[in-house]
Design a protein around this ligand. Structure first.
Ligand SMILES: C[S@@+](CC[C@H](N)C(=O)[O-])C[C@H]1O[C@@H](n2cnc3c(N)ncnc32)[C@H](O)[C@@H]1O
Length: 237
């Protein structure tokens, strides 16, 4: 069972659907350390000792990212019962599980990577920015979404200026989709990075949504530059 991280509203939840039941009893030792590079050893060590990774496995969530959405939703109540949700960059499916488990009736996810089926969700393998994908997502949902989630993060190339541009353009594409596709009153949650959301993008969101704010959930690693932008109450055109 899972409940919110922030000590706020405590809500008991059903176990998520589509989880990996074989995740208990994780060893915290890196057994083949001599065969790994230092950075992959460090990554593995951090994964194995991360309490959110362990909790995700124990509770059947497909990713530790599930706890970020749980925490955000406990505070901002984006996922109302009966909601229609689109999840951009959904692999491996933690946020899709959370949306369903919190009462969403329709959930459509898209990712560059294949995602194992999750009962109750339509999962599309493809590039969100590809021609025709936005229409495909709304058609699969069968109507305008109440909530658009985006946890998309492009692969970094190691070239800071190029990486920055790729991040900004992905966030802008998701925000433009939210503006155009959401129901009036709808909500948009997107991952961004410190310095990733331009002033122009923020100003645009503030014009179109009643409330826009940044949040850094506890489940987001302190040494990560990621922060989330929450825009609620899309205004009518
Ligand atoms: C941090 S993961 C998402 C984790 C997910 N929220 C969960 O709870 O399991 C980010 C995902 O964004 C996807 N992604 C990045 N760029 C994308 C794009 N242009 N179209 C679709 N997915 C994309 C990546 O493939 C990756 O799986």
């Amino acid at each position: 069972m899972s409940e919110g991280e922030d000590g706020g509203r405590r809500r008991l939840v059903r176990p998520p659907t589509g989880g990996d039941p074989a995740g208990r009893g994780v060893s915290t030792r890196v057994r083949t350390a001599d065969q790994r590079s230092l950075s992959s050893q460090q990554w593995l060590h951090r994964q194995l000792n991360d309490p959110y990774v362990q909790r995700a496995k124990a509770e059947g969530w497909r990713s530790r990212a599930a706890f970020k959405l749980i925490e955000i939703d406990d505070r901002f109540h984006l996922l109302r019962r009966g909601a229609r949700v689109i999840d951009l960059g959904c692999a491996p499916g933690g946020w899709v599980q959370v949306a369903l488990q919190r009462g969403a009736v329709e959930v459509v996810g898209v990712d560059l990577l294949p995602v194992d089926p999750i009962p109750g969700a339509v999962l599309i393998e493809g590039d969100f920015t590809a021609e025709g994908m936005e229409r495909r997502l709304t058609q699969a949902l069968g109507g305008a979404p109440d909530v658009i989630l985006s946890d998309m993060a492009p692969n970094t190339m190691g070239h800071p200026a190029t990486d920055h541009l790729r991040i900004v353009s992905l966030i802008e594409a998701a925000a433009a989709f939210a503006d155009q596709a959401l129901k009036p009153g709808g909500a948009f949650l997107t991952k961004t990075f410190q310095g990733g959301a331009t002033g122009e993008l923020l100003a645009g969101l503030k014009r179109r949504f009643a409330d826009v704010r940044h949040v850094k959930p506890k489940a987001s690693r302190a040494d990560s530059a990621e922060v989330y932008l929450i825009a609620t109450g899309l205004r009518r055109r």
